[in-house]
Design a protein around this ligand. Structure first.
Ligand SMILES: Nc1nc2c(c(=O)[nH]1)N[C@H]1C(S)=C(S)[C@@H](COP(=O)(O)O)O[C@H]1N2
Ligand SMILES: [Mo]
Length: 197
């Protein structure tokens, strides 16, 4: 049996963050109308920047890494929340073990195939419930929910859970991503209502 992690956010007494309401399924949000069919023969997952050992993996190599199931609530800054989404993939902790971040490493900028980016403090990649997911609800992640790979960061608002991920750029300084350049919070903790600046 695969290891199943229940995010500690699901177990909080104040499980629903302030200003949120429960809905039954996540609403698809994308910065572009059309998501292409990605060419998986040329797809490479990359980690670079402030690391001792930059990493480049094919999709098959990624799928062969140790993986976990994750059950986690999902909180969008537009005030909807969804309970207990089931994901499956590789813990970012597992990736960090391989790339060995330097002492100077503090932040990460996540790069996506359609051009979206988002930034977060590196410490969130050390959380047990942060994963690079390739399955959702027991199936290969549906195209509009992030196929081939999605970063899932339950402790932050959902815009940090980047879809269509191809790269993690490990940085010394915090660099704003797509929504962060447009006024969204550099961290985005739902329990602190870190929605906008
Ligand atoms: N690559 C990418 N990832 C993204 C987005 C996006 O536009 N592009 N939108 C974010 C936002 S604002 C939310 S609320 C969630 C929505 O997830 P869903 O589309 O799977 O419901 O994806 C996040 N990840
Ligand atoms: Mo969102």
């Amino acid at each position: 049996m695969k290891k199943r992690i229940v995010s500690d956010i699901n177990l909080r007494e104040d499980r629903l963050p302030p200003g949120q309401r429960w809905i039954s399924a996540p609403i698809v949000y994308d910065i572009v109308d059309d998501i292409p069919d990605w060419d998986m023969s040329s797809y490479r997952f990359k980690v670079w920047g402030e690391v001792e050992e930059p990493l480049e993996l094919t999709y098959e190599e990624l799928l062969s890494l140790p993986s976990v199931e994750l059950v986690a609530d999902f909180h969008c800054v537009t005030r909807w929340s969804v309970k207990e989404i089931l994901w499956e993939g590789v813990q970012t902790l597992e990736i960090l073990k391989r790339v060995k971040p330097k002492d100077s490493a503090r932040f990460v900028l996540v790069h996506c195939l359609e051009g979206y980016t988002t930034n977060l403090p590196l410490e969130y990649l050390y959380e047990e419930d942060t994963i690079l997911a390739y399955k959702m609800m027991g199936q290969v992640i549906p195209k509009r929910h992030g196929y081939p790979l999605r970063l899932v960061v339950p402790k932050l608002y959902a815009w940090k859970s980047a879809k269509y991920v191809w790269g993690l750029e490990i940085l010394k300084e915090d660099v704003p991503g797509f929504w962060e350049q447009r006024g969204y919070h550099m961290r985005g903790d739902p329990w602190k209502e870190e929605r906008y600046w």
